[in-house]
Write a protein that binds this ligand. Structure first.
Ligand code: AMP
Length: 394
């Protein structure tokens, strides 16, 4: 396993340090509604503050159009919130192109890097403008390392001194637990809406895993691939063949695969839709219904399947967990994973919406690690090289 350059080995006393963080947080009417990503960066920031470094933080927020300044995506609310969390003034730098003297041991936050067209173009000129502010670079933006953008890729390639912050290091080390340091039996649980998002990951993890539990919206493409009825449930026709091939491969490799045998199904995609349980059997599952959660037989089977696993990776909910009526499958699977963790299994939860699903299941504190990465985690676990990690090691 490759090791990331650790911040612990750096001597950054008195230096100006550029820290790429991921503060792409939800903001409603100027209020941050979920500050987990900001809090997750605090250990790195506090460590550097204690070292007497001058901090220049940078992040993107949302997708401002064409690299334009749009007040809706200003980091102002983050500046205010971070200042409260650190109990220290945080000054906003509006224009990264115009360098000014920084006060030693202070904390600065650059305005949204996506206000500048060079960021998403990975432009070297923009990276140079950012580089003039600092003597060292720290990456703690796990949620962004899969993007070849200037503050993630071109900038660290320009910097001589570069390190992984504590959050990035923790994310990397935890990912290794399900990639290279696996204790068997290894269970992968996938769910969520889209097969297409998860296929590369499934293909990469298939040889490593022992058990594969598929639930949620994506499971219906697999059930359809097996010739089972799914009514109006989610179906990605263009991926039926890939699903078929994956199941055949799993079979050949002797992997155990569990698909839902029944679903809680409704006639409409609505929170309060009337719902009933149907088995995915010919002549049983109605044509006019869609599965919005796994059913009770599937939940019972999933619990047995999870038991005894020593390594667990969970990505994607078992149903529309945002709606009270359809959250039970996700809650029960989350609880079963938490129980195995209490018995000594290692469990990693993350990618897409799974962190939110773990919160709904009430198990976010009971699993081994909840990743802050969405797409970045999925790409890392699909065996891809992440530009922001490659640049740190360059
Ligand atoms: P993903 O980002 O692919 O992990 O998908 C997460 C989303 O999948 C959540 O918003 C769920 O509401 C949705 N989802 C899960 N199961 C189903 C289902 N059976 N039908 C429709 N959407 C689903």
């Amino acid at each position: 396993m490759k090791e990331l350059p650790s911040l612990r080995r750096a001597n950054l006393r008195g230096k100006r340090v550029f820290i790429r963080v991921d503060y792409n947080v939800p903001i409603e009417s100027g209020q941050i509604t979920d500050d987990r990503r900001i809090r997750a960066s605090l250990p790195t920031l506090r460590y550097l503050i204690e070292q007497g470094a001058t901090l220049i933080l940078a992040s993107h927020l949302g997708r401002p159009k064409d690299g334009q300044r749009d007040p809706k995506y200003s980091l102002h609310p983050v500046q205010h919130h971070l200042s409260q969390l650190l109990q220290k003034p945080v000054e906003l730098i509006g224009d990264p192109f115009t360098y000014k003297e920084l006060s030693p041991s202070s904390v600065y936050l650059m305005e949204n890097v996506r206000f500048f067209p060079g960021e998403t173009k990975n432009a070297i000129e923009f990276a140079r403008a950012l580089a003039q502010w600092a003597e060292a670079y720290v990456s703690d933006a796990f949620g962004s390392v899969h993007r070849a953008h200037a503050s993630v890729d071109a900038l660290p390639r320009l910097m001589k001194e570069k390190y992984a912050g504590f959050l990035l290091e923790a994310e990397w080390n935890n990912a290794q637990r399900v990639l290279t340091q696996i204790e068997h039996p290894y269970l992968v649980v996938v769910g969520g809406a889209k097969v297409s998002d998860k296929l590369p990951l499934l293909q990469y993890l298939l040889p490593k895993l022992d058990r594969l539990l598929i639930g949620g919206g994506m499971s219906y493409t697999f059930l359809h691939a097996k010739g089972l009825p799914i009514g109006k449930s989610l179906l990605e026709r263009e991926h039926v063949q890939a699903a078929q091939e994956l199941l055949a491969q799993a079979d050949k490799m002797g992997k155990r695969v569990l698909l839902p045998s029944d679903s809680l199904a409704a006639k409409a995609f609505q929170a309060d839709a009337e719902a009933a349980v149907y088995a995915h059997q010919a002549g049983v599952f109605p044509e006019d219904r869609m599965g919005l959660d796994i059913g009770p037989a599937s939940i019972a089977a999933a619990k047995g399947f999870i038991q005894g696993s020593k390594t667990i990776f969970w990505n994607g909910p078992m149903g529309v967990f945002e709606w009270e009526r359809f959250k039970q499958g996700t809650v029960e699977v989350g609880k079963a994973i938490a129980e195995e963790t209490a018995r000594g299994a290692y469990s990693l939860v993350g990618g897409g919406d799974t962190a939110a699903a773990a919160e709904v299941a009430g198990v976010a504190e009971q699993v081994s690690f909840v990743s802050t990465g969405g797409g970045a985690l999925l790409e890392l676990l699909a065996g891809q090289t992440l530009p922001g990690i490659a640049a740190l090691m360059s």
